[in-house]
Every structure is written in C-alpha cells, then in structure tokens.
Ligand binder design. Structure first.
Ligand code: DAT
Ligand code: MG
Length: 148
C-alpha cells in the first residue's frame, strides 16, 4: 500500500492544528503508520528541502521549518500521495480552495501549515529521512473492509 510523508509545520503546531489535521486524514480512511513531535536539525531541514537550495526563499524556509517543533507523520492508503496533496490545497494558501488544509488555515506561502510529499520518489526519500524502521508501525485496521 502507498505511503506518504506528512508534516504539520511549526506554525500549525503553535496554532493547535495538529489534532484537526490528523483527524482529516483519519476520517478520510487513511492509516497512520508513524508519528512524532520533533525539532528538525538544520542539516535535516536542508536535506529535506534540497530541491529548493537555489531558490531565493531557501534560507527563510530552513529558518522557519527549524523554528519550533513539527509533527511528522507517515500515512498509508490507496493513492495517499496525490490525495493528501489535494487535501492540503495549493502551496500558496491564498490560492488554496476552502475545505483544504491550507485553504482553511493559511494566509501566506511562507506559513502554509503543512507539508506533504509530491510524488512516490519524494515520499520514499522523505519517509526515510525522518523515520527509522522501528518508528514505522505495521498493523491491520479492523475497519479496512468498510473503506476498501
Ligand atoms: P509544497 O510545500 O506545496 O510542496 P514547494 O515544494 O514548491 O511547495 O515549496 C516548499 C515550501 O517552500 C512551501 O511549502 C512554502 C515555501 N515556498 C514555496 N514557494 C515560495 C515562495 N515563492 N516564497 C516563499 N516561500 C515559498
Ligand atoms: Mg514540495
């Protein structure tokens, strides 16, 4: 089953949005496969956002994501990578549809509440960056037959 890396960013943690965001993915039918509250070391932040190294906002982005605790998660389910991106809404909350996480909770691109992997390759890379094997929990959910 497909897995993705989702993270409530420091603004989302400070604004008490962890529970709401977890609920959205639970209610949708996805399975939580790992979760932890953590401070991101600068080196990990630079690796995680490596694709944006040359962008003018890279420094700000790394400063922001390391500015307070994040809630890092692995979610599992059919088509979870693309569906989670849809549930998050567009990168710029000003353009994100109401009903999406960023559309409901954000105003500016610099503080857009949530991260989610954008493709199978980045999902695998990001899960491995943030979670070791013991932190990824394999189990069956008894309500699976009512979702699939
Ligand atoms: P996403 O988080 O939707 O995958 P991205 O990978 O293009 O978006 O960018 C990573 C993060 O960088 C994004 O969540 C917020 C920040 N960012 C993107 N574009 C920005 C910009 N033009 N100015 C400031 N921050 C930006
Ligand atoms: Mg991205």
């Amino acid at each position: 089953m497909e897995k993705t890396f989702i993270m409530v960013k420091p603004d989302g943690v400070q604004r008490n949005l962890v529970g709401d965001i977890v609920s959205r993915f639970e209610n949708k039918g996805f399975k939580l496969a790992g979760a932890k509250l953590m401070m991101i070391p600068t080196e990990l932040a630079e690796k995680h956002y490596g694709e944006h190294k040359e962008k003018p906002f890279f420094g700000e982005l790394v400063d922001f994501i390391t500015s307070g605790p994040v809630f890092a998660m692995v979610w599992e389910g059919e088509n979870v990578i693309a569906t989670a991106r849809q549930m998050m809404g567009k990168t710029n909350p000003a353009e994100a549809m109401p009903g999406t996480i960023r559309g409901d909770f954000g105003l500016t691109v610099g503080k857009n509440v949530v991260h989610g992997s954008d493709a199978p390759e980045s999902a695998e890379r990001e899960i491995q960056l943030f979670f070791n094997q013991e932190e990824q929990v394999e189990y069956e959910k008894t309500n699976n037959t009512w979702i699939y």
